[in-house]
Design a protein around this ligand. Structure first.
Ligand SMILES: [Zn+2]
Length: 158
């Protein structure tokens, strides 16, 4: 059973991205179920304003730095990225058992590759193990220009 949060975050995505994420997520759910781990989609589309607030965290606002992406520089701003969260018996593994979470993410990253989805755990700098994206060959510069052309309607991006 998926949570409301997962369903809403999936529903926020660009539909073509969702069509790639859905079978990926089903495979991840099947992989995790026997391990008594549940996956949640904790973030989907993020507005440019929300991205600005997130970017400020750890820089001009309190907290730890959680993103390197300025508004328009994250694939979340285009509905082409998701962040996962791993839970076991109500425990958020990403925070409470990061070693176990990272080991699972490594395997989830392998599943993602099969589905043509990019895993941020493979990035050279600032790895974000819960982050997965699919960019359809777009560059951020092209996506930014295109989104402005379609009046920020992420469904018209692709
Ligand atoms: Zn992310």
């Amino acid at each position: 059973m998926r949570t409301k949060r997962t369903i809403e975050n999936l529903g926020s995505l660009n539909r073509k991205a969702l069509a790639k994420f859905e079978p990926f997520l089903q495979e991840v759910e099947a992989f995790l179920a026997p391990k008594n781990v549940r996956v949640e989609v904790i973030s989907g589309l993020r507005s440019w304003a929300a991205q600005a607030a997130l970017y400020a965290q750890g820089r001009t606002k309190p907290g730890r730095i959680v993103t390197k992406a300025r508004p328009g520089s994250s694939w979340h701003n285009y509905g082409l990225a998701i962040d996962l969260g791993l839970f076991s018996e109500g425990v958020y593994l990403d925070e409470r058992a990061p070693g176990r979470a990272d080991a699972l993410y490594k395997q989830i990253g392998t599943i993602a590759a099969k589905h043509g989805i990019e895993w941020a755990g493979n990035w050279k700098s600032f790895q974000e193990t819960p982050h997965f994206q699919t960019t359809f060959g777009l560059t951020l510069a092209a996506a930014r220009q295109r989104l402005q052309e379609v009046n920020f309607d992420i469904q018209k991006l692709l």
